[in-house]
Design a protein around this ligand. Structure first.
Ligand code: FPP
Length: 277
């Protein structure tokens, strides 16, 4: 659960504090994942170039991360750059996103330290330009001893390729240990995912209205609650994170079991005659 002493509620804005006051502290999510969408549309609506939307999106990343750290959220995982973005976007936009990521890490490191945030990454980061990998490693090392929120950036990430990578490393382990495939369990697959060290997300937020998973954390979101907002990512702030958490707390999570108000359970179902059709 939450490490003690990490709450900094007094640093929330008045607006954030009003929403936070409606939350049940004992039912806060441990892990929130976000699909940050709508940078391009945000810019388009203002007759601006797409890159301005991405720049504004980077500001939202910092503000939302700081709110997460103030409420003591242990894990925040952001979809910052997908494998598909890398393959399908114009080179100029990909290059801009790489430069933006480097600049973001450089200029926000001090704020990450002030907020006790630990930065990590998941994805095929080794395929990114060497200078981006270096900057990411630099930020990871500098923040490694921080004990507050872990901000994980999914970079050159795809859910299916993560599962392929997990199967490759699990197959290698099985070969080495001479294990037969029928011994594979869900836990084995979990151990080989990029996210083996974190709990599955409790809440997945997607901005700008699309009802898709877009190849994000496919294995991990099996029982995750999904919250979609029409708001574009560059307009998304800490208060909206808190509103999404409030919505999450109104839901009943059943993990395939029975919830409250599920109706009466038959004591002896063998007695019931089954009629179909
Ligand atoms: C979607 O907007 C967003 C992305 C391509 C990835 C998210 C990138 C950022 C928030 C910017 C920088 C991030 C960091 C960590 C510094 P879109 O271009 O797909 O929007 P659209 O669907 O409206 O075109």
């Amino acid at each position: 659960m939450y490490p003690l002493g990490t709450l900094r509620i007094d640093e929330l804005s008045d607006e954030e504090r009003a929403v936070y006051a409606t939350l049940k502290p004992e039912r806060l999510p441990e892990h929130v994942a976000i699909i940050m969408d709508g940078n391009g549309r945000w810019a388009n609506h203002r007759l601006l170039k797409r890159f301005v939307g991405h720049q504004q999106g980077a500001k939202s990343v910092q503000l939302v991360t700081e709110t997460a750290s103030r409420i003591g959220l242990p894990w925040l995982t952001l979809y910052a750059f997908s494998l598909e973005n890398n393959l399908r976007r114009p080179r100029a936009e990909v290059n801009f996103l790489m430069r933006l990521l480097k600049a973001y890490l450089e200029s926000n490191l001090a704020r990450m330290m002030d907020n006790n945030v630990r930065i990590q990454s998941i994805g095929r980061v080794h395929e990114l330009p060497p200078e981006v990998q270096d900057k990411m490693r630099w930020a990871e090392e500098a923040t490694a001893r921080n004990t507050g929120t872990t901000l994980t950036l999914a970079l050159n990430y795809g859910g299916r390729s993560e599962i392929v990578d997990a199967f490759r490393s699990l197959a290698a382990e099985m070969e080495c240990k001479h294990l037969s495939p029928d011994r594979i369990t869900e836990e084995d697959i979990h151990r080989h995912l990029y996210t083996a060290h974190m709990p599955d997300p409790d809440l997945l937020i997607r901005t700008s209205g699309e009802m898709r998973l877009s190849n994000y954390l496919l294995w991990q979101v099996a029982y995750t609650e999904i919250f979609v907002t029409d708001r574009f990512w560059p307009d998304f702030r800490g208060v909206h994170l808190l509103e999404a958490i409030a919505d999450y707390q109104r839901r009943e999570r059943r993990f395939g079991g029975l919830g409250e108000g599920c109706g009466e359970v038959e004591e002896n179902p063998d007695r019931i005659k089954i009629v179909v059709g």
